[in-house]
Each structure stands twice: as C-alpha cells, then as structure tokens.
Design a protein around this ligand. Structure first.
Ligand SMILES: [Zn+2]
Length: 466
C-alpha cells in the first residue's frame, strides 16, 4: 500500500488542460482568498483523478467469478464496461469487468468490483455525497440545501435530486423502525442502547405532546386550503442534577431520544414502547411519565407505563386550571383579587397541598353564596385535580429531583416540527413529511450515519484545520 501511493500521484497527467488552467488561475490570483480557493480546486481536481486512478487499478484484479443464479454455470467475463458516479470530488469515471452467464441467462450479469465498492446497479451518486445533502436537508429547505451544497462542495444538483435523496434515506429510517417493531411483535427481545454507569442510575423520563402540521389537501398539488394534521411527539431522556455557577441545582437531560409520527396517540404507542425498551425502561432505577392534561396521553400512561412509572401532571398546565377557578369565583371580598387567590392556590399546589385545594373547591361549590355558573367551574377543576391527585404531588417530585414541567417536550416540538415543517408557505404531502420527519428523528437520535453506510462517512482521517 505504502509504495502504491507515490506511483498513484506520479501517474496523474499534469499536462491535462484542466490542471494547466488551474495552475494559471493560481498564478494570477492576487488575494489570499483567491489563492486559497484556487488551491482548493486544485485539490479537488487531484482528488478526482486519484479516485479514478485507484478504481482503474482495482479493476485490473481478476475477480472470482460466481455461478449463474439461473443455470449454475460459472460466469465468464464479457470485458471491461464503463461506469460513472457523482461523488464529493465530482463525476468519476472508470471501467471494470462485468461477467455474465455463457448461456446469456437473464439476470446473470455480475459486477464483482461494484459489489466490493458497495454500489448498486442504478446508483448515480455515492453515499458520502448523499449523506452530506441529507444532513443539510435535515436543517434547511430543499432549495437552500441544493444551494448550500454547491457552496460547500462545488457539487451542483437540483432541488428534486435532494428531495429524492431525502425520500430514500427517510424510507430507510422508517423501514429500520418497522423491522424492529416486527421483531418486538414476534416476541424477540429488544437490545437496550448501552449507557454508562452514571446514566444508568438516573431516572428515565418520558414526556409526550402533540403539534399540528400544514398538509396539502390533494396529493401532487399545493392548491386549495391547508389541512392541519396532528403529529404526536414523545421525548425520552435520563434526567440528572447539576449545579450552576450560582450554586442552584438544575435538572439536565442526557441521552435525549425523540419518537414522533403522524396520526393519533394509538399510532405513536408501539413506537414509544419500542424506544422505551431501547432506553432501558425495564432496568431503569426510576421511570417518570410527564404530560399535560390531554386525556389521550394519560390513557397511554395507564395502558403502558402506570405499573412502572411515576406520573406527573405538567405543573403549568395544572396551574392554568387553578386560574380558571380563581377567575370565575367572585367571593365579594374586595381585599382579595382573583390574581391574589390564584397566587395562593398556585403556591399551595406547588408545595403539595393539592388535597386541601380539592376540599376548598368542594366546599365553595356547595356554598349558597356561589353562583351556579361558578359552581360548575369549581366542580370541573376539583374533579380534574382529583383524577390527577397522585400526579400533582409536586413537593415530593421536587424533593426527588424530578422536573414538574413538560417544557422539554415542548422545546423538542419546536425543534423537530416548527423549525423545519412550518415555514412560510410550506405544505406537506404525507410521504414527503414522513420521510423528512424520520430523517430528522434519525439525526437527533444519533442514528443518521448508518442510513448511508456501515462505516463512518465523517471527515475524520484528515482535518484541514489541525
Ligand atoms: Zn445461466
């Protein structure tokens, strides 16, 4: 290998007119920026030639021909056949041996070098370039992605090409998930992600929320009124405590994982259960469920997590209900405004006096001084607190270092959905949305790179700013 490298460089044709042109441009460059850009392009030219040379060299090796899948006769070479591919260093061309059955059986064609290079028969773009395009598309609209890719790599592709890459990678992410769900359905055990010792001792928190996304009313056209559809999102994380500079203890999330899909809570359920297993729900020291008052989520909690998890009702949500009661109740006491009563109720709720609040509402809702309309509101809020009595023990939760607000899943919604799917004029098709959603999920969950190759495609070997 060591001896091959200098030969490779020596064999580069430096009389090539493109190279001569690049050399001239470099000589004519006057500013540092212009010199750097010229040199960078020379580097690209060279990388392109190195790849072509290397592939041509590899193609010389005599392959072990397999047998015809139809008639089992050993394949024979039909000679060298041209191949090209768009890569991060531009369009590369090479020739490699193609074999086929001497009886010309249909589907007997075999290209051993393509197989070794892990490229598919109709593949036109290599994985490192598709990965880069998809990575940009996780954050940017497709047309900006195409523009940005051109700025960064010089490679020009259309918005549609980017869109196609995203569809393919997103589809792969979806299929991976479905395959795992199938495994789970067949009773196979799901491997939990490996966590270090400190994370293992932290509580596993599961929080869920919903958000709407604008969809096209008809497939293939952006015309007509927007249809808003619900996306359900769940966040799973290990929650730890850490000290700030001022000495206050704050909770911090580790190993953040998101689950999301289009549709109702029942659609989300199997995906959430799968992720919970991957995050070690069966071995976690403590499991915590947190969500706002939406009924469906608490049903999900009862069905899936009530036996192993502590349920927490989002504090701010619970406080909103107290405000409903406080603003409805006019007790004729000018010394106490609804705001003041609310502040006191909220304080009592926060410090674990939920039962007392229920009692008070109960009493007030029976008092003859309370109007009928107010009675109804007080009863509603009382019943709501009663149902969630176990889930509003905020004093205890705080003591245990658990969060009492579902803000973390709300910010996940903002990142996952609002930032990329709710831009001006955006309307999604079901497939288009699902594929990009699952690509974004793969990225945020640290499962992005395996969608493109088994090996890492990051530029790790050589870092130019070292
Ligand atoms: Zn054959």
């Amino acid at each position: 290998m060591r001896q091959r490298q200098p030969q490779l460089i020596q064999r580069l044709d430096l009389d090539d007119p493109d190279w001569q042109q690049l050399c001239q441009t470099l000589r004519r460059s006057t500013t540092l920026a212009a010199i750097v850009l010229s040199a960078w392009q020379m580097g690209l030219w060279m990388a392109n030639r190195i790849v072509e040379q290397d592939l041509t060299e590899r193609a010389q090796a005599m392959p072990q021909w397999s047998s015809c899948p139809v008639c089992n006769t050993p394949l024979v070479s039909k000679g060298f056949v041209h191949r090209q591919m768009l890569t991060l260093v531009g369009q590369v061309k090479w020739k490699r041996r193609v074999g086929r059955c001497p009886h010309r059986c249909l589907g007997s064609q075999s290209v051993p070098l393509d197989h070794l290079l892990e490229i598919h028969p109709y593949q036109q773009t290599s994985s490192e370039l598709r990965r880069l395009g998809c990575l940009l598309a996780v954050f940017l609209p497709f047309e900006l992605t195409a523009w940005m890719l051109q700025q960064l790599s010089g490679i020009q592709v259309s918005n549609d090409t980017i869109w196609n890459w995203v569809q393919a990678a997103g589809q792969q992410a979806l299929e991976n998930l479905k395959w795992q769900l199938q495994q789970l359905g067949e009773g196979q055990s799901i491997q939990a992600e490996s966590l270090d010792e400190t994370l293992l001792t932290m509580p596993l928190i599961i929080a869920a929320d919903g958000v709407t996304v604008p969809f096209r009313p008809q497939p293939k056209t952006a015309k007509g009124r927007i249809v808003w559809r619900e996306v359900k999102i769940a966040l799973l994380a290990r929650v730890g405590k850490c000290q700030t500079k001022t000495g206050t203890t704050v909770t911090r999330l580790h190993q953040r994982r998101l689950v999301a899909n289009l549709g109702d809570i029942d659609h989300l359920k199997p995906y959430l259960q799968l992720e919970a297993l991957r995050q070690g729900i069966t071995t976690a020291a403590q499991v915590v469920w947190i969500s706002d008052g939406a009924r469906g989520f608490w049903r999900l909690y009862r069905e899936c997590f009530a036996t192993c998890a502590v349920g927490i009702l989002d504090f701010y949500h619970a406080a909103q209900h107290l405000w409903q009661a406080a603003s409805a109740y006019q007790d004729g006491n000018p010394a106490r405004t609804p705001q003041q009563w609310f502040a006191s109720l909220r304080h009592r709720l926060r410090y674990g006096y939920g039962k007392g609040i229920i009692k008070e509402f109960n009493w007030l809702s029976k008092s003859k001084n309370t109007s009928e309309v107010t009675k109804q509101i007080l009863r509603q809020v009382r019943d709501y607190l009663k149902v969630h009595l176990d889930h509003i023990q905020y004093r205890t939760f705080k003591k245990q270092g658990l969060p009492i607000g579902s803000g973390m899943v709300e910010s996940a919604c903002k990142w996952l959905i609002h930032q990329r799917f709710k831009g001006t004029g955006m309307r999604w098709s079901e497939d288009g949305f699902n594929h990009l959603l699952h690509l974004r999920l793969a990225w945020v969950n640290g499962r992005f790179d395996p969608l493109f190759a088994d090996e890492s495609l990051e530029l790790k070997l050589y870092s130019p700013n070292r």
